[in-house]
Design a protein around this ligand. Structure first.
Ligand code: NAD
Ligand code: WQD
Length: 349
């Protein structure tokens, strides 16, 4: 394969860094742009996540510290490199924070994406893979969720920003020749690279279940709050479709393959198709870690739904992608990362 350079925005983050690793393994040349808003700076100013990717793969990763809102920096990057495609992860992602700071979310996620798309167009790069989310489906009207399920019923600015970006990209592909885009709706990413060197490193109190559970297992937090046990699910706790981050990362390589077919604008769920409850996840982490994970049941969290899981068939049919890893592997890899790196990428708390 001729060398294909791919711009990875937000490539120092959790999903981005795992994808950069898979890009290297697949023979692509990733170039990362990230403003380190949510990534730890390591030696020499390079994000620690990318330093670990280099360590695991034995390859170097080109990194540019810049904000996607900085038009001049983006233009300079596109002038320096000839990209064949862009994988766009950069953005803000905390649901609760988005309710408190909507304009920040719309500025970074929407304006940042517009800035990126305009820069791509100006440099003749019209292939995009975008990190969307199952959150665009809102409250499920039926399960499993297929790509034909109505979208847009999101209740928070974060989810709305993903929905608006999907619409924007779809309109662009319709309006202008030559654009191709794959919108990937992730379900609930978890786990870590099996090397134990790369994983999720949330700053502050984790918003999501699995980072919280693993921090309880490692002794960083005392007790898990389970948000409600009176849902109409098997054990009353919320059910989600957890997907190993390495499977998710590989989905992006499959999406790049799709872009080579002049596919127009496509949308795919990336999930396993199986839902697990909060208590099942706690049990699986107890098994993987050999630790007891204390929990108490508290009130439901605003905006949560009882159950959410994917129909992942379309991605298998059209991308040739299917999640390979199950619950035990997700928890084993998550635990290896958490145990070896109790404070994430930082040496101390
Ligand atoms: P993350 O926060 O670990 O990664 C995002 C990266 O983007 C970070 O490294 C951050 O520093 C960078 N960034 C933020 N604002 C930027 C800006 N203005 N300019 C340049 N870089 C910027 O998050 P993640 O979990 O890896 O998520 C990646 C993408 O996937 C996001 O778009 C997120 O919304 C989406 N997503 C995540 C999940 C999930 O549960 N983790 C689920 C669905 C979709
Ligand atoms: C999972 C389950 C909680 C924390 C969110 C975003 C979504 C996507 C992924 C980006 C639910 C329960 C959680 C805790 C708990 N992100 N829980 N105690 O809500 O499915 O999705 O992250 O796109 O947009 O909304 O994931 O991990 O927060 O929750 O009991 O401390 O765990 O109620 O049932 P969610 P989550």
């Amino acid at each position: 394969m001729a060398e294909e350079k791919v711009l990875v925005t937000g490539g120092a983050g959790y999903i981005g860094s795992h994808t950069v690793l898979e890009l290297l393994e697949a023979g692509y040349v990733p170039v990362v742009v990230d403003n380190l808003h949510n990534a730890i700076r390591g030696a020499g100013g390079v994000p620690e996540s990318l330093r670990r990717v280099e360590e695991v793969t034995g390859r170097t990763v080109e990194f540019e510290e810049a904000d996607i809102l900085d038009g001049a920096a983006l233009r300079a990057l596109f002038e320096k490199h000839h990209f064949t495609a862009v994988i766009h992860f950069a953005g803000l992602k905390a649901v609760g924070e988005s309710v408190r700071r909507p304009l920040d979310y719309y500025r970074v996620n929407l304006t940042g994406t517009i800035q990126l798309l305009e820069t791509m167009r100006a440099h003749g790069v019209r292939k995009l893979v975008f990190s969307s989310s199952a959150t665009v489906y809102g409250a499920p009207r039926y399960l499993p969720l297929d790509e034909g399920h109505p979208v847009g019923g999101c209740t928070n600015p974060y989810g709305k920003s993903k929905f608006f970006i999907e619409e924007m990209v779809r309109d662009l592909c319709r309006a202008e020749e030559g654009w191709q885009a794959v919108l990937l709706r992730y379900f609930n990413p978890t786990g870590a690279h099996p090397s134990g060197r790369l994983g999720e490193d949330p700053q502050g109190i984790p918003n999501n279940l699995m980072p919280y559970v693993s921090q309880v297992a490692v002794g960083r937090r005392e007790i898990l709050s389970v948000f409600g046990n009176d849902y109409a699910t098997e054990d009353g706790t919320g059910v989600r479709d957890y997907i190993h981050v390495v499977d998710l990362a590989k989905g992006h390589i499959a999406a790049l393959g799709k872009l080579k077919e002049n596919c127009g604008c496509k949308v795919y769920n990336l999930g396993t198709g199986t839902g697990y409850s909060v208590l099942q996840m706690v049990g699986a982490m107890e098994k993987a870690s050999g630790k007891t994970i204390p929990y108490r049941v508290v009130a439901r969290r605003d905006g949560d739904v009882a159950a959410c899981y994917a129909d992942p068939k379309l991605a298998e049919e059209e991308l040739g992608w299917k999640a390979a890893f199950g619950l035990d592997k997700m928890c084993e890899d998550l635990w290896r990362w958490q145990k070896n790196n109790p404070h994430g990428f930082s040496a101390t708390a």
